[in-house]
Ligand binder design. Structure first.
Ligand code: UN1
Length: 499
C-alpha cells in the first residue's frame, strides 16, 4: 500500500504556470478498496476562459521557439518521467486500479512518446512541389493550429495524455487539458513534470471538472481550435456534434468491440495466452480489449477448455500486490454496467460458463472486483457481442470457416483492433487486408499498440484521425501552401494555355 503525500493529494488547476485553488466537489476513490483518496476541483467555465487566455498568449511565443528546441523540452520531460517512473506507476495503480506491472508499462508508453516526439521536433517535414510556372517556388509546411483542447479518459490516464499533448506541444501549440475526474493524480504529476522541465507558463494548462461543464466550455471557446477526445462513443458523438456546430476540428477515439480470431491451424497455446492477456489485462478496461473470440468449429472445444483452465490462474485483487493479475473495475458505475451485460447475455440465451459475478476480496471488501467471465454459444448479433462492456467479459462465437470469421469480426459498429491466430501465410495477408479495424494483429492479442504507430480505428471508433504515431501531428497542425515567385513579373496561374 502506498500513501499519498499531502502535496500529492492537494489537487489544483494549473493555469498560466500557477497552481490555482478551486472549491472541490467529487471525491476520488481507490478502486481497490473504495477508500476516498482526495477531492477534485469543480471548475466552472471561467477557468477555461482563464486558461484559454493564457494559452493564447503563451502559444504565440512558443510557436516562435525553433521546433528542435521545443523538442528538447519534451526530451527533458521524458528524462523526468523516467526518473519518477516507479512513483508514477504506483500512483497510477492507486487511482486507476490496474496491476502495477501494467502501470509501469503505461508510464513507459509515456516516456517512449516523449523521446519519440522529441525526435519529431527535428523533422516536422513539409514538402516542396514543382510550380506550374517558371521561376516560382512552391512548398507546403505544417503550422500549429494554436490553442488545442484535449480530453482524456481514466483507463490510460498518462499514456493517452502523452499521445495527445506531446505532438501538440512539439508542433508549437498550447494545450488545455481536461483529465478524467477518476484519475486526477496522473494529470497533476505530468503537469508538475512539465513545470520542472521548464515548459513556458501557459503552454500546458490543466483544468479539472465535469465533462458537461468543462468539456462544453472548451468546445465553446473560440480560441480553442481543436478538440482531441478519447472516451465513450456516446460522449464522443456529443463532442463531435458540438464541434461540428462550431466548425471546430475534432479528433475522436471511442472504443472498440475487438475480436481474436482463432483458426483451426492456430497454435492454441499461443492463442489462449493472447486472449488471456488482451481480455483480462486491465480487467478488460482497454479500448483495445478482446471481448469476442471468434473460433473455428474444429478447435472450439479445445480452445474453450484450455481457456477455462488458464483462467483459473487469474489472481484477482489489489493491483499494487505484484502477485495479482487482475485488478478492480474503476468504480461502482463500471461494475454496474458489467453486471447489466451479464444479465443481458443470459437473457439472450448465451451460455455463462464461468464468472459473471461481483467478487469480494478479503480485506478489500469495498473494492470493485469482478470475476473474469466467459460466455459461449454467442451469436454475432447478440448485444454482448455488439456493445462495449469495458470489463473482463469474453464472448465465444463459433464459425465454420475463414470467410465467416472475417464477416463476424467486421459485423460490429466499432473498428479499433482485431487479431487472428493462424499459421497460413495466405490467410495472414487476406486477414490484414479484410479486417476493417485501424489495428490488426497476427498471432498476438488485440492489445499492445506501440506509440510510434497510428492508434485509432474505423466506424464507431473514430472519425478518421489518429492518436500517437507521426499521424498525430495531423491533428495538431494545419498545412500551409506557400508560393514564392522570383521571376520579377506577375505570372498569372490558371491561364488557359490551350487558347
Ligand atoms: C486504450 O485502451 O485506450 O494498445 C489504449 C494498447 C495500449 C493502449 C490502449 N498500448 O492496449
Amino acid at each position: 500500500m502506498i500513501t499519498l503525500t499531502s502535496e500529492e493529494k492537494n489537487l489544483k488547476n494549473f493555469i498560466n504556470g500557477e497552481w490555482i485553488e478551486v472549491a472541490n466537489k467529487e471525491k476520488v476513490y481507490n478502486p481497490a478498496n473504495g477508500e476516498v483518496l482526495a477531492e477534485i476541483p469543480d471548475s466552472d467555465a471561467a477557468a477555461i476562459d482563464m486558461a484559454a487566455e493564457s494559452a493564447r498568449i503563451a502559444q504565440k511565443e512558443w510557436a516562435g521557439v525553433p521546433a528542435p528546441q521545443r523538442a528538447e523540452l519534451l526530451y527533458k520531460v521524458g528524462i523526468k518521467m523516467k526518473e519518477q517512473k516507479e512513483r508514477l506507476s504506483q500512483l497510477l495503480t492507486l487511482e486507476n486500479g490496474k496491476v502495477i506491472e501494467e502501470a509501469r508499462g503505461e508510464v513507459q508508453e509515456g516516456i517512449d512518446m516523449a523521446f519519440y516526439m522529441a525526435g519529431e521536433g527535428r523533422r516536422l517535414f513539409g514538402q516542396t512541389t514543382p510550380s506550374e510556372l517558371k521561376d516560382k517556388f512552391a512548398m507546403s509546411q505544417r503550422c500549429p493550429v494554436g490553442v488545442v483542447g484535449i480530453i482524456t479518459p481514466w483507463n490510460f490516464p498518462i499514456a493517452i495524455a502523452t499521445w495527445k499533448s506531446f505532438p501538440a506541444i512539439v508542433a508549437g501549440n498550447a494545450v488545455i487539458w481536461k483529465p478524467s475526474s477518476e484519475t486526477p493524480f496522473m494529470a497533476k504529476a505530468l503537469a508538475k513534470i512539465f513545470e520542472e522541465a521548464g515548459l513556458p507558463k501557459g503552454v500546458i494548462n490543466v483544468v479539472y471538472g465535469s465533462g458537461a461543464t468543462i468539456g462544453q466550455a472548451m468546445i465553446n471557446h473560440e480560441a480553442i481550435r481543436v478538440i482531441s477526445f478519447t472516451g465513450s462513443n456516446e460522449t464522443g458523438r456529443l463532442v463531435a456534434t458540438e464541434c461540428g456546430r462550431q466548425l471546430k476540428k475534432v479528433s475522436l477515439e471511442m472504443g472498440g468491440k475487438n475480436a481474436v480470431i482463432v483458426m483451426e491451424d492456430a497454435d492454441i497455446d499461443l492463442a489462449v495466452e493472447g486472449i488471456l492477456w488482451s481480455a483480462f489485462g486491465t480487467s478488460g478496461q482497454r479500448c483495445t480489449a478482446c471481448s469476442r473470440v471468434i473460433v473455428h468449429k474444429d478447435v472450439r472445444k479445445e480452445l474453450e477448455n484450455r481457456l477455462l483452465e488458464a483462467m483459473k490462474d487469474l489472481t484477482i485483487g489489489d493491483g499494487l500486490d505484484p502477485n495479482i493479475k487482475v485488478g478492480p473495475i474503476i468504480n461502482q458505475a463500471g461494475l454496474d454496467k458489467v453486471l447489466k451485460y451479464i444479465e443481458i447475455g443470459k437473457e439472450e440465451g448465451a451460455n455463462l460458463v464461468t464468472g459473471g459475478k461481483q467478487l469480494t476480496v478479503e480485506n478489500y471488501e469495498n473494492g470493485f472486483y469482478f470475476e473474469p467471465t466467459l460466455f459461449t454459444d454467442v451469436t454475432i448479433d447478440m448485444r454482448i457481442a455488439q456493445e462495449e462492456i469495458f470489463g473482463p467479459v469474453v464472448s465465444l462465437i463459433e464459425v465454420n470457416d475463414f470467410d465467416e470469421a472475417i464477416i463476424a469480426n467486421n459485423k460490429v459498429k466499432y473498428g479499433l483492433s482485431s487479431s487472428i491466430f493462424t499459421q497460413d501465410v495466405n490467410r495472414v495477408f487476406k486477414a490484414q487486408r479484410d479486417l476493417d479495424t485501424g489495428i490488426v494483429y497476427v498471432n498476438a492479442g488485440t492489445t499492445g499498440a506501440e506509440i510510434h504507430l497510428p492508434f485509432g480505428g474505423t466506424k464507431g471508433t473514430g472519425n478518421g484521425h489518429r492518436d500517437s504515431g507521426v499521424q498525430a501531428l495531423d491533428v495538431f497542425t494545419e498545412w500551409k501552401a506557400v508560393y514564392v515567385d522570383y521571376s520579377g513579373k506577375l505570372q498569372r496561374a490558371q491561364i488557359d494555355t490551350d487558347a
